[in-house]
Design a protein around this ligand. Structure first.
Ligand SMILES: Nc1ncnc2c1ncn2[C@@H]1O[C@H](COP(=O)(O)OP(=O)(O)OP(=O)(O)O)[C@@H](O)[C@H]1O
Ligand SMILES: [Mg+2]
Length: 884
C-alpha cells in the first residue's frame, strides 16, 4: 500500500487541506503542539475505517463549521498496482477502484469493503502501519506496562484476557459445585420417608368415615327440632296477635265513652251561658254613656290640678329671687380694684422690658471686653516667645558658616589622604622593585641603572615613605576631630531652622512686656466692672418677674369675683321674668267647680258596666255552639255502641288462645339439645380430618423432598460437567498463548536485531526478548539489560522493536508492509539523538516504501523528501507542502 493524496474538508481543526503524497522515502510532518499533525494521520485512519473502535472517539466535523457545509476526507492510495480512492464523511461513503465505483453509500459497508481490500481491520492496521503518539513511550517505560503494550501489539493480550476470564469462570464453577455438593440430600432416605408417611395415611382413613356418619345423624335431628320450634313460634305469634286486637277494641271502647260524656258536658255548659247572657245584656248597654261622663270629668280634674301646681312653683320662684338679691347685696363691686391692679401690672411689664434690653446690651459689650482681654493676654505670651526666639537666634548666629567651613576642611583632608594612598602605593611598588633588582634597578624616567646610587636611592625611598606615613596619621587625627564636631552640627542646624521658622510665623511682635502686661490688666478690669453691672440687672429682673406673677394672680382672682356677680345678676333677672309668666298662666286657668266624689261614683258605675260588657262577649261564642254540640253528641253515641259490640266479640276468643304463648320455650330447649349434640359430632369429625390431613401433608412433604433431592443431584451432575469443560478451555488458552509467544517472539527478536544492526552500522547485531517482554542486547557476545545502554541507544532499540513488530504483524496478516506512520517517536530526545534516529530511519526506506514521521521538532525536516508543515491560524489548522 502506498499513499498518493489526502484531502480534508472541515475535518476537525482543518477547514480545507490538500496534500500530494506520491513520494517514496521519508515524509516529514512538523509543527507546534496542537497544530494539527496527528489530525492528518487520524484523517487517514478515519477515511479507511471510520470512527470505529481504536480510533479517537472524537467527532469528525469541525467545531463551528457553517451549517450545510460538508465534512469529508478523501484518501487516494495504490494497492497491488490498483488505484483506490476512499471518500468518507458523516453523510458520505464511497469507494472507487481503478475508476470503478465499488460502493456509493453506507458507512459500515465501506469499512467492511476496505478491510477486505487491505486484508487488515482497523485494529491490525493500528498495530502494523500506524504507531500512534505515546505508543512508543509505553514501550520505553518498561516493566509491567511494557509487557502489556507488547502483548497488546502482538495480539496476545486478548488471549491473556480470555484466559483470565476462563480462570475466573473455572473458580466460580468450583465454588458452585462445592456449594451444591453440600446441599444435595440422600435420595434413598427420602424414598423410605415417603413410604412410611403413605402407610400411616391409609391407616387413618376409616375412622374419619364413621365420624362423618355420626355428624350427619346429629344434623338431621337438629333440623327436625328446628322445624318444631318454628311451628311453636308461629302459634305463639297468632295468640299474641289476637290478644293485641282484643286490647285495642277495649281501649277504643273506653275512648268513645269518654268523648261522648265530654260532649254532653259541653252542651250543658253552653245552655247555662245562654241564660246568663240574657241577664247581663241590659247592664252592658249602659257602658257607652258612662264612659263619656267619665271623660268630661277627667278633663275638669286635670285643669284644677295644673292650677295648684303653678301656684306652688310661683312660691318657690319668689323665694329664689329673694335669695339672689340677698347674695348681691352681701358682696362689694370688684371693678375699681381690678382697674388699679391692671395699671400696676402694665408698669411692671414695661420696666421688665427696659431691664431686659439693658442686659442684652451689656452681654454684647461683655463679649467684646472678653475678646479684648484674651487678645491682650495672647499679645503678652507672643511677646515673651518672640523675646526667647530672638535670644536663640543670637546664640546660633554664624553656625552655618562654621558648618560649611568644617565640611570644606574634611573634603580637603579626605582628598589629600586619597592622594597620599596613591603616592604610597606607587612609591612602595617602586621601592619593592628597587629592593628586588638591587644595583640593576633602573630609574623609571631615564631608564638608567642606579648602580652605585642604589643605597642612597633606597634611603630616599624609606625617608619619603616614613614622611608619607606621618602625614597620613596627622590627617587621620584631624579628620577624626572634625567628624566628631560634625556630629552635633545637624541638631544645631535643625534648632536654627526651627527658630527662624518660628520668628517668621510670629511676624512683627512688640517685646515691651511691661506695656503689654499693663494693657492686659486694664482690659481685665473693664471686664470685671461690666460683670458687676450685669449681676445687678439680673437681680432687678428677678424681682420684677416675681411682682408681675403676684399681680397676675390678684387680677385673675378679681376677674373670677366679677364673673360670679354678673352670674347672680342674670339669675335675678331670670327669676323676675319667671314670676311674671306664672301670674299670666294662673290668670288664664279660671276655676271650673270640679266635684271629685261625683266623679268617683261615675267611675264605679262605669266599672260595673264594662265588666258586664266583657262577660257578655265571652259568653256569646259558647252560646253559638249549642247546635253543633247536639249533632256531635248523636254521632258519638253511635260510635260507642259499635266499639262495645267489637270488644264483646274479641275478648273471649283471646282468652281461649292464651295457653299457646308458652309453647316456643319448650321447643327451644329441645332444639338446643340437638345443636349441642351436632357440635360435638362435628368437632369429632374435624379432629379426625385434621389427623388425616396431617398425614397426607407428611406424604406430600416426603414426596417433595424426594423430588428436590433427585433435582439437586441432576443439577450437581450438570455443574460438574461444566467445571470439567471450563478446565479444558483454560488449559487450551494457556497452551495457545504459549504457542503464540513462542512463534512471535523469535521472529520479533530476529527482525529487531536486523534493524538494530543496520541502524548501528553493525555495532549491535543480536537481541533477546525475555518472558516479561524486556529487550536484552548482546554486546561483545554478552547479553545486557536495556538499562545498561545509553538513553539514545535505548530509544533506538525500542524504535527498532516497534518497527520489527509492524513487519512481523504485517507478515502474519499476509500484508505487504511498505508503509509506516510514526507519530512523535522522537519523544524527549535532544537534537543529536534525533539526528541519529533519523539516520537510522532513512535506512528503513529499503523495508518501507513510505515512512511518515510526525514531530513537533522541525530540525529533521531537511532530511525528508516531502515536507509538510502544519500550523494553527486563529484556531484553524493549515498544512503546507514542500519538496527537498
Ligand atoms: N472537531 C474539532 N474541531 C476543531 N478543532 C478540533 C476538533 N477536534 C480537535 N480539534 C483541535 O485540533 C487541534 C489539533 O490536534 P492534534 O492532535 O492534531 O495536534 P498535534 O499537532 O498532533 O499536537 P501535538 O504535537 O500536541 O501532538 C487541537 O488543538 C484540538 O483541540
Ligand atoms: Mg499529535
Amino acid at each position: 500500500m502506498k499513499l498518493v493524496s489526502l484531502r480534508l474538508e472541515n475535518f476537525r481543526a482543518f477547514e480545507h487541506c490538500e496534500l500530494e503524497l506520491h513520494s517514496d522515502g521519508l515524509i516529514g510532518v512538523s509543527g507546534p503542539n496542537g497544530a494539527g499533525k496527528s489530525t492528518l494521520l487520524d484523517a487517514i485512519n478515519y477515511a479507511l475505517f471510520g470512527l470505529g473502535r481504536g480510533s479517537r472517539k472524537r467527532r469528525p466535523e469541525r467545531d463551528g463549521m457553517p451549517a450545510g457545509a460538508k465534512c469529508e476526507v478523501k484518501l487516494e492510495f495504490i494497492l497491488d498496482d490498483h488505484s483506490c480512492v476512499v471518500v468518507r464523511g458523516p453523510k458520505k461513503a464511497r469507494l472507487t477502484v481503478d475508476g470503478e465505483d465499488w460502493l456509493r453509500d453506507g458507512q459500515e459497508e465501506l469499512t467492511r469493503r476496505v478491510t477486505e481490500l487491505l486484508g487488515v481491520g482497523q485494529l491490525n492496521f493500528g498495530m502494523t502501519f500506524y504507531a500512534r503518539q505515546r505508543e512508543l513511550q509505553a514501550l520505553q517505560e518498561g516493566g509491567k506496562r511494557k509487557l502489556e503494550q507488547l502483548e497488546t501489539l502482538l495480539g496476545i493480550d486478548r488471549i491473556r484476557n480470555a484466559r483470565t476470564l476462563a480462570h475466573d469462570a473455572e473458580t466460580t464453577q468450583e465454588k458452585v459445585v462445592r456449594a451444591l455438593a453440600t446441599q444435595v440430600p440422600s435420595v434413598a432416605d427420602a424414598e423410605a420417608k415417603l413410604r412410611r408417611a403413605e402407610e400411616e395415611a391409609q391407616r387413618l382413613a376409616p375412622s374419619v368415615e364413621s365420624a362423618r356418619e355420626a355428624r350427619d345423624e346429629a344434623a338431621a335431628l337438629r333440623e327436625k327440632a328446628r322445624t318444631a320450634l318454628t311451628e311453636a313460634r308461629e302459634r305463639a305469634e297468632e295468640a299474641l296477635a289476637l290478644e293485641g286486637k282484643a286490647a285495642v277494641a277495649a281501649s277504643e271502647l273506653a275512648a268513645a265513652t269518654e268523648r261522648e260524656s265530654m260532649t254532653r258536658e259541653s252542651m250543658m255548659a253552653a245552655k247555662a251561658a245562654a241564660t246568663e247572657l240574657q241577664a247581663l245584656e241590659p247592664a252592658a248597654a249602659k257602658a257607652g254613656e258612662l264612659r263619656a261622663q267619665d271623660r268630661a270629668l277627667e278633663l275638669e280634674g286635670q285643669a284644677a290640678a295644673q292650677a295648684a301646681g303653678l301656684r306652688e312653683q310661683r312660691h318657690e320662684a319668689q323665694l329664689a329671687a329673694v335669695a339672689v338679691g340677698d347674695a348681691l347685696a352681701a358682696t362689694a363691686d370688684p371693678a375699681p380694684r381690678l382697674a388699679g391692679a391692671d395699671g400696676e401690672l402694665t408698669e411692671a411689664r414695661s420696666e421688665l422690658e427696659r431691664v431686659t434690653s439693658e442686659m442684652l446690651e451689656l452681654s454684647s459689650l461683655q463679649e467684646t471686653l472678653r475678646a479684648a482681654a484674651a487678645d491682650a493676654a495672647a499679645a503678652v505670651t507672643n511677646g515673651r516667645r518672640a523675646l526667647a526666639v530672638h535670644e536663640e537666634l543670637a546664640r546660633l548666629a554664624g553656625l552655618r558658616e562654621a558648618v560649611e567651613n568644617r565640611a570644606l576642611e574634611i573634603a580637603a583632608l579626605e582628598a589629600e589622604a586619597a592622594q597620599l594612598v596613591a603616592h604610597v602605593t606607587e612609591e612602595s611598588e617602586h621601592y619593592e622593585h628597587v629592593k628586588r633588582d638591587g644595583r640593576n634597578a633602573t630609574c623609571p624616567r631615564c631608564k638608567a641603572p642606579y648602580g652605585d646610587r642604589y643605597e642612597t636611592i633606597v634611603e630616599e625611598f624609606e625617608e619619603s615613605l616614613a614622611g608619607f606615613s606621618k602625614r597620613q596619621r596627622e590627617i587621620a587625627d584631624e579628620l577624626e576631630r572634625l567628624r566628631k564636631a560634625r556630629k552635633g552640627d545637624a541638631a544645631k542646624l535643625e534648632r536654627l531652622a526651627s527658630a527662624e521658622a518660628e520668628r517668621k510665623a510670629l511676624g512683627e511682635v512688640t517685646t515691651d512686656i511691661a506695656a503689654l502686661d499693663a494693657a492686659a490688666a486694664g482690659a481685665e478690669e473693664a471686664r470685671g466692672q461690666h460683670v458687676k453691672d450685669s449681676e445687678r440687672l439680673t437681680k432687678r429682673r428677678g424681682d420684677l418677674t416675681e411682682t408681675i406673677a403676684a399681680l397676675d394672680r390678684e387680677l385673675s382672682g378679681l376677674r373670677q369675683e366679677l364673673a360670679t356677680r354678673e352670674q347672680l345678676a342674670a339669675h335675678q333677672r331670670e327669676a323676675e321674668r319667671g314670676l311674671e309668666l306664672f301670674e299670666k298662666q294662673l290668670t288664664e286657668l279660671s276655676p271650673n267647680g270640679y266635684d271629685a266624689d261625683a266623679h268617683e261614683a261615675v267611675r264605679r258605675a262605669l266599672a260595673r258596666a264594662t265588666s258586664a260588657e266583657t262577660h257578655c262577649a265571652e259568653l256569646r261564642p259558647q252560646v253559638a255552639q249549642i247546635e253543633l254540640l247536639e249533632t256531635r253528641l248523636a254521632r258519638e253515641e253511635q260510635l260507642s255502641a259499635a266499639a262495645r259490640t267489637a270488644h264483646e266479640d274479641l275478648a273471649p276468643a283471646a282468652a281461649k288462645r292464651a295457653a299457646d304463648k308458652a309453647a316456643p320455650e319448650e321447643a327451644e330447649t329441645a332444639y338446643d339439645v340437638t345443636v349441642l349434640a351436632h357440635a360435638q359430632a362435628d368437632e369429632a369429625l374435624h379432629d379426625a380430618e385434621q389427623q388425616a390431613i396431617a398425614e397426607s401433608n407428611a406424604v406430600a412433604q416426603a414426596r417433595a423432598e424426594l423430588e428436590a433431592a433427585q433435582r439437586l443431584k441432576g443439577q450437581l451432575d450438570t455443574e460438574r460437567e461444566e467445571l470439567s469443560m471450563r478446565r479444558v478451555v483454560k488449559t487450551v488458552l494457556d497452551n495457545y498463548r504459549t504457542a503464540v509467544q513462542q512463534e512471535a517472539v523469535p521472529s520479533l527478536e530476529q527482525e529487531t536485531a536486523e534493524f538494530l544492526r543496520r541502524t548501528t552500522r553493525g555495532r549491535y547485531s543480536d537481541v533477546q526478548i525475555s518472558a516479561d517482554g524486556e529487550l536484552q542486547i548482546n554486546d561483545m557476545g554478552t547479553p545486557y539489560e536495556l538499562e545498561r545502554f545509553s538513553g539514545g541507544e535505548q530509544d533506538l532499540a525500542n524504535l527498532c522493536m516497534r518497527i520489527a513488530l509492524s513487519k512481523v504483524l504485517a507478515r502474519r496478516s499476509g500484508m505487504d508492509a511498505r508503509f509506516i506512520i510514526l507519530d512523535e517517536v522522537f519523544g524527549s530526545q535532544d537534537a543529536d539523538r534525533r539526528r541519529a534516529l533519523l539516520e537510522a530511519l532513512r535506512e528503513l526506506d529499503q523495508e518501507f516504501g513510505q515512512v511518515l514521521i510526525v514531530s513537533h521538532f522541525d530540525d529533521f525536516m531537511e532530511h525528508c523528501g516531502l515536507q509538510i508543515t502544519v500550523k494553527s491560524d486563529n484556531g484553524r489548522s493549515v498544512a503546507e507542502l514542500a519538496t527537498a
